[in-house]
Design a protein around this ligand. Sequence first.
Ligand code: ADP
Ligand code: MG
Length: 620
Amino acid sequence: MHTAPEGEARILELPELVINQIAAGEVVERPASVVKELVENALDAGASEIRIDLEEGGVKLVRIVDNGCGMGPDDLRLAFQQHATSKLRSAEDLEHIGSLGFRGEALASIGSVSRARIVSRPEDSELGWEVVNEGGRIAEVREAPAARGTTIEVRDLFYNTPARRRFLKRTSTELGRCLDVLQRTALAHVGVGFTVTHDRARVFDVESSMNMRDRVRRLFGVELAESLVPVGGEDGDTRISGFVAPPRFSRRDTSRQMWFLNGRPMRDRILSRVLKEGYRGFLVEGRQPVAFLTLSMDPSKVDVNVHPTKSEVRFREERRLFGFLVNRLREAVSQTDISTPGDKLLGTAARRGGWTPREDAPGQARLPDPGAPRPWSRGGSTSGQAQGDDSTPRVREVAGRPFEEVYGDGSAVGQPAAAEESKAWDACDQFKGPFLQIDKTYIVRALPDGFEVIDQHAFHERVTYEGLRAQLRGGSVEVQRRLVPELVEVSRADIETLQPHLEGLRKIGVEVEVFGATTLAVQGLPALLRNPDPEGVVRDILAVVEKTGQAPTAEDVVEEVLHSAACRSSIMAGDELRDDSIRALLERAAELENDQTCPHARPTRVRFTLEDLEKAFHRR
Ligand code: ADP
Ligand code: MG
């Protein structure tokens, strides 16, 4: 330990450079953080056009050119100072922050770990000025020629902090992260134009006049853009708007899941849960939905000053907000085109069988030309630092091809939306029959414009589940009481687990009583269950309660119990069905909110259009 000589304090105030470098450790992790901070500054300055030039993944250069309000010499003198900001005057201001920045530490931090330069000219000035900051050494402000607005250049990030520099990944990874930030920002700020280049090649641009759907089309391709369903609603002064994509666009990562809160791209735990809830029953385990959502609310209802990078927030009325958002989302999700288009299957079959129904078969990604030069490609994750990797967009070949063609994933290439078609279908569901049952598992029925194949088990499961949900939402579940209670043997521990939840279970139509030290008596079950299996239902409930440790009144537990109850009671593959029971099933399904996937998100029906048949038979 360092011992101080007599009479000299051991505790010293840190020099400003060290303070800034410590702060930089929090705010500036990598080039993408520089991009984020500088673009936010440009937006706060009211810019309507922002140009971003990157070199070597942003490590060599990040340059941001904006046409915002600019800075005069007095501002420039302070811009690189720690805690110097024009956006906050007092502690009260923290209660309702409307700007993206406010901590006044980004420029100081960035300047302390790079060679930075700001050139700026305010609107009302004839002259421009510049100030340079080399690793924390800030030069005098000088006159310099400048266009209206501000240009900030950040070169050689971490040149003076080698330990930090070593943590940077390869160029393609750093670039991917910069682009992820820029895509999110471009979607969050409709009304602002963005132009992005890397090593002098254009990567993407969006014009200021483009709306959100246009931007999605430019960034992620036409198919996704055309299939989006709008979300909207308000609750007091909280408003949600934006789009959700049909479940088939879901991905393994969350890179196409975007929340914007008062203009700020946000990755928040609550908001991720909202999406998960909104798509419950529509997605298979492990898939992430695609959605672009804007939330605006009174800044005093949300605390953004939780984390230095401001990507986490705290909501004041979390529960209410949660319920409101989930309902609006579910509404929109159920309106997306959920049916499995048969043409996708034909595409798959075609590839398997080795024939090509058409030049660019749907479902077949047009692969990048392997001969094309590769300015960059996506790097695999090289070190143990996998954190945040799901935010990295896939960067593939770009040379000489339109950005969206390359940058969208395979599914986003070239096909028009199926939404129009599905509307036509809905109008002509006639339940007429005749129906053809195949292998006691599938039902085939003719439709005016093709035919569809129904998986009878999955379909019945969905019908039962939705029926139960509807009754539950309506306030009461119809119960079928048993003449003689069914006794189920369980362990003492099981009884303890279940006892506190018996009242909650009653609300969802499951009437169970404790009958002995190790016996439960099932008195009644929801009437919608066909061939109810009381013992199975009790065991499922036990499993769910144990797994989640929650009362069965919590929505997700209820849903799980309903899922498994529906599944247990469904017509199984292998049941022979008569025309009239098929018809009854179809009619019940027609009244449901969603009948296109089973509660575990397997498809329940696959539709083939005449067009698909024509393709299959090479008639077109
Ligand atoms: P913060 O954004 O939290 O205020 P920064 O360190 O990012 O802190 O910026 C410090 C100040 O510099 C800002 O408050 C703003 O007044 C000014 N500034 C930064 N970038 C720009 C820009 N592009 N145009 C105009 N002013 C800017
Ligand atoms: Mg800032």
